[in-house]
Design a protein around this ligand. Structure first.
Ligand code: ZN
Length: 176
């Protein structure tokens, strides 16, 4: 069977993420209806964050996982419970979106507990309302972020599939 040995390493994944981001930035600027520099910047930043930090390989003790330093504790339950290269982590759209949702839930709960424990319930309510308002007001940027984030995951999953497929075919041919 072919698993880790068939996949590009973290360095290759980082390079693919950066190269695709370089292509994505001007492409987004050209494609976006208003030729917005802000939209191109948001989408490209989300692509980089997704590929370099919120990588599909957070499902193993990878370089991307260790990149979080002590904060990798956040991803420990994810790493332990998600099977490596399953659709949950490496799925084209679902993978990155689930990681983003997972991260948001952890931050939400941690902030809720901390602020309530310190007696800042009013500050929590203000914070919650201002985040909701800013997301509604900047929905275009929020969508650009989500698209960039999904593309960052795709820039990892697709090379994984291609490498595995190529090596499987090669192994079948060489066995003939
Ligand atoms: Zn992978």
């Amino acid at each position: 069977m072919c698993y880790t040995a068939c996949m590009p390493g973290a360095q290759t994944h980082d390079m693919i993420t950066v190269v695709t981001a370089v292509v994505l930035a001007p492409a987004t600027w050209i494609i976006s209806p208003d030729h917005s520099f802000g939209t191109a910047l948001t989408l490209t930043a989300a692509h980089l964050i997704s590929g370099l930090l919120f990588s599909c390989d957070l499902d193993i003790d990878s370089r991307e996982y260790r990149r979080w330093g002590p904060l990798r504790l956040i991803w420990w339950p994810y790493k332990e419970s998600v099977p490596h290269r399953s659709w949950i982590s490496h799925g084209l759209v679902i993978g990155p979106l689930l990681r983003l949702a997972y991260f948001c839930v952890i931050i939400y709960v941690a902030l809720w507990v901390t602020l309530h424990a310190l007696g800042y319930a009013a500050l929590w309510r203000e914070l919650e309302a201002s985040v909701a308002t800013s997301l509604t007001r900047n929905s275009g940027q929020a969508y650009a972020f989500l698209i960039g984030f999904v593309l960052g995951g795709a820039a990892h999953s697709i090379p994984d599939w291609i490498t595995t497929g190529t090596k499987r075919t090669w192994n079948q041919w060489t066995r003939l």
